[in-house]
Design a protein around this ligand. Structure first.
Ligand code: ARG
Length: 577
């Protein structure tokens, strides 16, 4: 539709110039005024002419009538003036022919914007904290982040996906103490990150018990942990080796989840990488007079911007989360010279980002406005809220495992080959969760219902993948490419072509709003349009040769766009289900 909308805007601009004089309104201005009327009987595209009255010094009715009389275009079956609206009705057959032709000709480039060419985007997402559970709270950052990466790549940007691992901080002091006291190498090698989490939970509980046992809330274990972390920071060999091992063990586990999601990162530079890059930024802050001492801590005052102070150094001189983010941003600017740096985290961190973005601005970095925080809402499962601290966590891994097991159960009779069954169960099971998650606006709080996500007849991932597989099987059965022949098309076929035609616009709005759900909802629209067409119009058995060819071409175009769109939201598109 975008092509047609553009074309319509140019036609109107020319007609305005002809009727009312040159230079009054540009095609671009007109483009912004065009609407898709919700009531299709009004037309497919409409121009509310009251928006032009002031500039053209005429009534909307006069304008609409003058324009209707002077615009001609074969893709419209009628152009009429109704109550100050200029209504364009599409000639379905001509329009569908052009759209489907475009899809087939452009293949997997169809719908790809070009505005990213020559530009670089850095995306910081997933970024779990090492030795802490990788739970479903991380689903959002992982799949929204990756989908945004795919969308930007689609638009031609060079993208760098960064997994900014939480691989530094006092938790490692605790883990080292816990490991030395209660840990066992073989157990951890065997059990992986779960064993690390157990140690971490245990030491936290014991520290709490110690603190509660005396008036001054003293904990020898906490003191020991701090000392071990300091030793780690000072480069103690033994501690460094342990730390590296903890990170590796955790990463090996995360990789399994990433593999299921088909995600690879370009960089795993985590928080630890920036330890030696912070002092320069702290010094710069100090030199610029931006640091204030507040109760021994070094802070940047953000009163003027109605935000609490941004903590840069603790009383003991140790650095903090914002300090590292500032150093990391400066490093990434130098390394990648990004045109945009995107950070995807839960909305709970919105203030943190607003604060340090402001500090970067105050530091005089002229790229401060290229930093973008993309927040998202909370997730609960089957109505139960997640409480990380009480240990009531649902691991992402377990959620995927359950979805995969359920799909296996449903599909087990259809597959004799075990490997094939497992492969399809992974694609459909994981896809179901991702699709369900990405069908809501990212800021919405989501209550995850497994039954709903896996249903084959709701608006779900399995339904979308099934529809894709259906297009594949139709194409395989007919065994020919088909092409738009100009055979007269029915309403259902034209509706399908119209749905195909809006894909490029949806991609743009998904990128503009950092909102993958726009693509998810588009997939549902396209599946609905295709399934209506499929149920009402025979394809393989259509007796009219020309019509049959057009229908095959429509199916092929749907197949193409569905595959592209599913891929943009991290879903695979198996050809058979
Ligand atoms: N590791 C952090 C967490 O799990 C997320 C990091 C987000 N990225 C950043 N540059 N701060 O909460």
């Amino acid at each position: 539709m975008l092509t047609l909308k553009n074309k319509t805007a140019s036609l109107i601009a020319a007609a305005v110039a002809q009727n009312f004089g040159e230079g009054l309104l540009s095609a671009e201005e007109i483009l912004a005024m065009l609407e898709y009327p919700p009531d299709k009987s009004m037309g497919d595209i409409a121009l509310p002419c009251f928006r032009l009255s002031k500039r053209l010094r005429r009534s909307p009715v006069q304008i609409a009538e003058a324009l209707a009389a002077s615009i001609k275009c074969e893709e419209f079956s009628s152009i009429t003036a109704v109550n100050g609206y200029l209504n364009f009705k599409i000639d379905g057959t001509a329009f569908s022919r052009r759209v489907v032709g475009e899809v087939i000709e452009q293949g997997d480039k169809y719908g790809a914007p070009t505005f990213g060419a020559g530009k670089t985007v850095v995306l910081d997402y997933s970024s779990p904290n090492v030795a802490k559970p990788f739970h479903i709270g991380h689903l959002g950052t992982t799949v929204i982040g990756h989908s945004l990466k795919l969308l930007h790549e689609f638009a031609g940007y060079k993208c760098v996906g960064i997994n900014y691992l939480g691989d530094w901080g006092t938790q490692f002091g605790k883990l080292i103490v816990a490991y030395k006291k209660w840990g066992d190498r073989a157990t951890i090698e065997e059990g992986g990150v779960d064993e690390l989490v157990k140690l971490y939970v245990r030491i936290n509980n014991e520290i709490k018990a110690e603190e509660e046992s005396n008036e001054e809330k003293k904990s020898p274990l906490a003191d020991e942990s701090r000392a071990e972390f300091r030793a780690l920071e000072d480069g103690n060999e033994e501690n460094l080796a342990l730390w590296r091992w903890f990170v590796d063990v955790s990463l090996a586990e995360y990789q399994k989840t990433y593999k299921l999601l088909n995600i690879e990162f370009d960089s795993y530079k985590g928080e630890s990488f920036y330890t030696d890059k912070m002092p320069a930024q702290v010094q710069k802050l100090r030199d610029m007079g931006l640091l204030e001492i507040d109760d021994g801590a070094s802070i940047v005052n953000l009163d003027k911007w109605n935000m609490p102070v941004c903590l840069i150094l603790k009383r003991d001189g140790s650095t903090l989360y914002p300090t590292r983010d500032i150093a990391a941003a400066v490093y990434r600017k130098g390394e990648y010279n990004f045109d945009k740096a995107i950070y995807v985290t839960s909305a709970a961190q919105s203030l943190h980002f607003a604060q340090w973005f402001k500090v970067v601005e105050l530091m005089g970095y002229d790229w401060y406005d290229k930093l973008v925080h993309v927040p998202y809402g909370t997730v609960s499962i089957n109505g139960a809220k997640l409480a990380t601290r009480t240990g009531n966590v649902i691991l992402l891994r377990d959620l995927f495992a359950e979805a995969i097991a359920r799909v296996r159960e449903i599909a087990k009779d259809k597959y004799t080959d075990e490997e094939e069954l497992q492969a399809i169960a992974e694609k459909v099971g994981v896809g179901a969760i991702v699709f369900y998650y990405l069908s809501n606006n990212r800021m919405r709080d989501i209550n995850f219902m497994m039954e709903d996500a896996l249903s084959f007849d709701g608006n779900t991932g399995p339904y979308a993948q099934y529809t894709y597989a259906r297009t594949c099987s139709v194409l395989e059965k007919v065994g020919e490419a088909g092409k738009m022949t100009g055979a007269s098309l029915s309403e259902l076929e034209v509706e399908l072509a119209k749905t195909l035609s809006v894909f490029p616009e949806r991609v743009i709005s998904a990128i503009d709003d950092y909102e993958p759900s726009v693509v998810t909802r588009y997939i549902l629209d396209l599946c609905a349009a295709f399934n209506r067409f499929y149920h009402e119009c025979s394809i393989a058995n259509c007796e009219d040769e020309k019509l049959r060819s057009s229908r095959i071409a429509l199916t092929r175009a749907t197949n193409q766009v569905l595959r592209t769109a599913l891929n943009l939201i991290c879903l695979q598109s198996p050809e058979k289900i």
